[in-house]
Design a protein around this ligand. Structure first.
Ligand code: IPM
Ligand code: MN
Length: 342
């Protein structure tokens, strides 16, 4: 395939600004892409009341990949865009692998001491993307009364857990250390926890070279902040994965550098790549946002499209840019600098 059809969803806040830099870098790789922009997020909701029309989902299915900026805005009630745009996209396109690498690039300052980071900080979190407490299974009774009841029920299916665990094992198998850590909380969440634990044990039999470990999620946060070198691949559920990937981003130099892929490994629907950060409305429109996470998301997109060398070139250009970073630069200056290296 020579031309890739990429859908671009800038979204809210700093989303469009950082995505523009990602596209600038994508263009600089010389890879032949045709981009189509879709307007989703706060502006559309205010204008039409729509979040994610079915017709848009159907059009997105026709693309080779999706690049997303950020969804969420303080002028819209909390949850409307998250539950109305971002999560339905992940669910409809069956993005069951939410892949979030955490790697400390040379020259980047981590809040951890060099004594800790010298041991290594290069791991990837495989966060389940379609189940857990995110499915919206719950409800509220007697709202506003002193007897209000709210439930958010985490859904974990054998099918859903097994497919993401198998993907995580395969990724671990392909890495030099071949190490996989399950993060959960099976001492309290016994039903889901033991399903995850048993599934890791059973699928692990197919991957005899991969060594496995287990951490409760609370303990995992300690090790992420004190000894991240112990992690290679982490597999975990949707909510634990959401939380620990923010810690992972923080220790790897900040949320401005953290990229992610919402991946459908079956390729029956396009995968979607996005920075881990949100829409940061406080700095939107000021040219202050760091587009590096969006640019690294483009690298992940290229890798997913089979353009491994181009992905590597983008990552190397970012690494070189990070190594030489000194004064603060604007969003577009960073995009220009990375693009110039290609
Ligand atoms: C993320 C975000 C989303 C999530 C929100 C915006 C719904 O925090 O991509 O990590 O919780 O998955
Ligand atoms: Mn998050």
């Amino acid at each position: 395939q020579t031309t890739f059809d990429i859908a671009v969803l800038g979204g809210d806040g700093i989303g469009p600004e950082v995505v523009a830099e990602g596209l600038k870098v994508l263009a600089a790789t010389g890879v032949d892409v045709r981009t189509t922009e879709y307007d989703l997020g706060a502006a559309r909701w205010h204008r039409t009341g729509e979040t994610l029309p079915d017709s848009v989902v159907e059009e997105l299915r026709g693309h080779d990949g999706i690049l997303l900026g950020a969804i969420g805005d303080p002028t819209v009630p909390s949850g409307v865009l998250e539950r109305g745009v971002l999560l339905p996209l992940r669910f409809a396109l069956d993005h069951y692998v939410n892949l979030r690498p955490a790697k400390l690039f040379p020259g980047v300052t981590s809040p951890l001491s060099t004594e800790v980071t010298d041991k290594g900080l290069d791991f990837v979190v495989v966060r389940e993307g379609t189940e857990g407490p995110y499915v919206g299974n719950g409800g509220a009774l007697r709202v506003g009364t002193p007897h209000e009841i709210a439930t958010e029920v985490s859904v974990n299916t054998r099918f859903g857990v097994e497919r993401v665990v198998r993907d995580a094992f395969a990724r671990a198998q392909g890495r030099p250390r071949k190490h996989l850590t399950l993060v959960h909380k099976h001492n309290v969440l016994v039903h889901a926890g033991h399903l995850w634990r048993r599934t890791v044990e059973e699928v692990g039999a197919e991957f005899p070279d991969v060594e496995t470990a287990y951490q409760h999620v609370d303990a995992a946060t300690i090790f992420l902040a004190t000894d991240p070198a112990r992690f290679d691949v982490i597999v975990t559920d949707n909510l634990f994965g959401d939380i620990i990937t923010d810690i992972a981003a923080a220790v790897a130099g900040g949320i401005g550098l953290a990229a992610s892929g919402n991946i459908n490994p079956t390729r029956e629907a396009p995968s979607m790549f996005e920075p881990v950060h949100g829409s940061a409305p406080d700095i939107a429109g000021q040219g202050k946002a760091d587009p590096t996470a969006a640019i690294l998301s483009v690298a992940m997109l290229l890798d997913h499209l089979g353009r491994t060398e181009d992905a590597q070139r983008v990552e190397s250009a970012v690494a070189a840019d990070l190594a030489e970073r000194s004064a603060e630069r604007s969003t577009s200056a960073i995009g220009d600098a990375v693009a110039a290296r290609l």
